[in-house]
Design a protein around this ligand. Structure first.
Ligand SMILES: Cc1cc2nc3c(=O)[nH]c(=O)nc-3n(C[C@H](O)[C@H](O)[C@H](O)COP(=O)(O)OP(=O)(O)OC[C@H]3O[C@@H](n4cnc5c(N)ncnc54)[C@H](O)[C@@H]3O)c2cc1C
Length: 392
């Protein structure tokens, strides 16, 4: 039988970062990850960091590679068909900057540092089940290398993403979920080529597009596509042509078509599960909420949840104080809903909605023109885009 203070389900960025921050606070944890290490380290996902995420990663000793390889920028550009380019200027309006640095690299760093510090991560933990979460002696069972195991703990942190087991362990009678799905998805390409120097969203009558970055030699591009689109219908040449048609000519001319190393379709979804705590189980990251990637909030929200949760667990294990544990769900959810709102808003603003009528189209256009002309609107957007502060 295994024993630890905090059993962490899921070895993605939320689970690993929590385990690392608990270690710095002298609190013991064991991470149970369903997939193999290779699988986890090869996943390609998010890549734009808010200023609060950058600071936190530096504060916990994860800044060195990020500062060496990441690309600092002052916000994101919007290329709106027939309008001049527009910058969501985070530096001008908030004094803060953002950084492009891939989630894959952050995960690599987290595993490297957890391994160096003797952290326990059990890969390929199958059939994970949570028990007695409403009582004060919770435990987790799982199978590893074909052997059934039991992990006793004081707290369970559910960091196992949208499809994990933790959220489903909360009784339906105490759980409320809120969801919005969208009538389109994103066809994404990762390419081994220098990205544009800036992150740029495009709103075009053919649909939304995004030019983003993961490293000086890796670029990430997306185009809005119909739900039900088959990747096989999109050979590389067709993708590049469509992408370039959605950006102004001078921007399109700067897009370098490198070898495509990944191509996939992601549906867009807004989702929140409340509360983020049930008894001794605390949810963090995608286990509790999903945002559409417009606005790049998913990874950043996982980091802010972990900040709130590690603080609460430190107060509880080290000083016997339960105040932050009791506040965790409400505090995390306040920030979650703010990120949900800005992600939903940017999704509304920047995409083409198939069922939009001419009146809706004028409203849409007017909203962008108002944004371009109003310092107040620009300041509000910049403040949310760069990331709201962590509550005390
Ligand atoms: C394809 C894709 C593209 C994305 N692109 C962007 C983007 O461009 N910008 C952005 O901001 N965000 C993006 N996101 C969202 C962002 O990557 C997530 O918000 C982030 O990964 C959340 O981290 P997490 O640790 O909470 O969850 P995850 O990264 O999902 O980690 C959860 C971990 O739990 C493990 N797990 C699951 N079930 C179990 C189980 N039963 N037992 C044990 N372990 C389990 C999983 O294998 C995984 O390793 C993307 C997400 C996906 C899926």
């Amino acid at each position: 039988m295994l024993r630890t203070q905090v059993a962490i389900i899921g070895g993605g960025p939320a689970g690993l970062l929590l385990s690392h921050m608990l270690h710095l606070a002298g609190i013991d944890s064991i991470v149970l990850e369903r997939q193999s290490r290779d699988h986890v380290l090869q996943r390609i996902r998010a890549g734009v960091l808010e200023s609060g995420t950058i600071k936190l990663l530096r504060d916990v000793g994860l800044g060195e590679r990020m500062d060496r390889e990441g690309h600092v920028h002052d916000g994101a550009w919007i290329a709106w068909e027939d309008r001049p380019l527009f910058l969501i200027d985070t530096r001008k309006f908030t004094g803060r900057q953002m950084m492009a640095f891939g989630q894959t690299a952050i995960t690599e760093e987290l595993y490297r540092i957890r391994t160096r510090n003797g952290g326990q991560v059990i890969d390929e933990a199958k059939n994970v089940e949570l028990h007695d979460i409403a009582g004060d002696k919770p435990y987790v069972t799982f199978a590893h290398n074909g052997v059934e195991q039991r992990l006793d703990c004081g707290i369970i942190a559910g960091c196992d993403g949208f499809h994990g087991v933790s959220r489903r362990s909360i009784p339906a009678s105490v759980q409320r979920t809120f969801e919005r799905t969208y009538a389109f998805g994103w066809l994404g390409v990762m390419s081994e080529a220098a990205p544009l120097n800036e992150i740029m969203y495009a709103h075009h009558s053919r649909g939304f597009a995004l030019a983003s970055q993961r490293s000086p030699t890796l670029s990430r591009y997306y185009i809005q596509c119909d739900l039900g689109t088959d990747v096989a219908e999109w050979p590389d040449e067709k993708f590049w042509n469509e992408l370039k048609r959605r950006f102004p000519q001078d921007v399109a001319d700067r897009i370098v078509e490198g070898p495509v190393i990944e191509k996939s379709i992601a549906p867009l979804r807004s989702f929140v599960s409340e509360p983020m705590r049930h008894g001794r189980l605390f949810l963090a990251g995608d286990a509790a909420h999903i945002v559409p990637p417009t606005g790049a909030k998913g990874l950043n929200l996982a980091v802010s949840d972990v900040f709130f949760l590690h603080r609460a667990l430190e107060a509880w294990f080290k000083r016997g104080e339960s105040r932050y544990l009791d506040l965790y769900s409400d505090m995390a959810l306040r920030r979650v809903w703010s990120a949900e709102r800005i992600s939903w808003h940017l999704t509304q603003l920047l995409h083409v909605f198939p069922d939009e009528d001419p009146f809706g189209r004028r409203m849409h256009l007017n909203e962008f023109d108002y944004l371009r002309s109003s310092n107040a609107a620009q300041a509000a957007l910049a403040e949310q885009y760069v990331g709201l502060p962590f509550e005390d």
